[in-house]
Design a binder for this molecule. Sequence first.
Ligand code: CS2
Ligand code: MG
Length: 404
Amino acid sequence: MKIVDAKVVVTSPGRNFVTLKVTTDEGLTGLGDATLNGRELAVVSYLEDHVVPLLIGLDAHRIEDTWQSLYRGAYWRRGPVTMAAIAAVDVALWDIKAKAAGLPLYQLLGGASRDRIRTYGHAEGRDLPELLDSVRARLSQGFPAIRIQTGIPGLTSVYGVHTTDTDDKPVPHQGAQPLVEDWDTEAYLRHIPRVFEAVRAEFGPELALLHDAHHRLTPIQAARLGQELEPYRPFWLEDCTPAENQEALRLVRRHTTVQLAIGEVFNTVHDYQTLITEQLIDYVRSAVTHFGGVTPLRKLFDFAAQYQIKSGIHGPEDISPVGMAAAVHLDLAVHNFGIQEYSGHNALTREVFRHAYTFTDGHLHPGEAAGIGVELDEDLAAAHPYRQAYLPVNRLHDGTVHDW
Ligand code: CS2
Ligand code: MG
């Protein structure tokens, strides 16, 4: 079965998404997500100018060989742009292979290892009352686990705290310049333990609570926060410190038993090598879209499983329904599944990307449609063109740039 066409579809039904559509000489098509929030057009060019011309005429069934050719053949390896482009090709070819077999993708990945997929949702609030209401809203949707993020006294804007709901939010961070947010680590460190204390007091000891520090702490600050959260038994503390320096997690691990989740910004197994072999983390966070696709992410999970580390695939709204669908198939099949982040998408996005996966009572299932189970409405996609948008930049009160 030969690839006869491949095209990149950019659409913005509430936020920007980049999708690769591959077509074969047998009329089968496959979709892959290539969305890299804030750098979408770089991946569009990588695909259109350097990858698509190489795909035409290839055997669509040769997924591993195509992956290796795109990874090794570029010479310049790794990195979010390269790996998002390769991921889109990989997932599109898995979509095609599963459709050719008349099976949902998870059946080609070893079949189901569970009946449904546990998720966590996002609760947020500019202050504690808003956060508690948001937790109640997530509980009403059945989420068995909830990530809690709040405003910080003295700060005007904080990661993870939107002022409106997903469905009516304009393109986030839209414009020719990134928003500039302010940050004060000490104010944050003073506040978060109190937030956990209040949420536990309101909802009790059993609800799984997660928190994302979003790369903003030094290792010793992360260790201190972990220690101070231990009485509230969080499910995980995410991105507690920038982990390009993997050895930094040795210091954090020495001081706290809070479970650590890292990796949404990682794009190859080499980013995790020390973290996994020294068991410095408990969950690997990479998304199919940013890690080069199903092929390498499955290998990462198998590597992590040797060290009792589980999956916690990244699933915010800037992972498209195509990327989410691929994740859900993997979630159902791998043994060391941990939890799946699930933000959902607005109604228009769900019309552009009609998907077979379902969200019921806090759990996902990929469905039984052949392939990854996503259909792209290209006409509707074209009616919502790309709109320039960037992720915010964080600055300390003295103006120094900090991690966002
Ligand atoms: C966050 C993401 O969901 C998360 O864990 O870290 O929402 C992240 O901020 C965005 O994906 C960045 O595009
Ligand atoms: Mg995160």
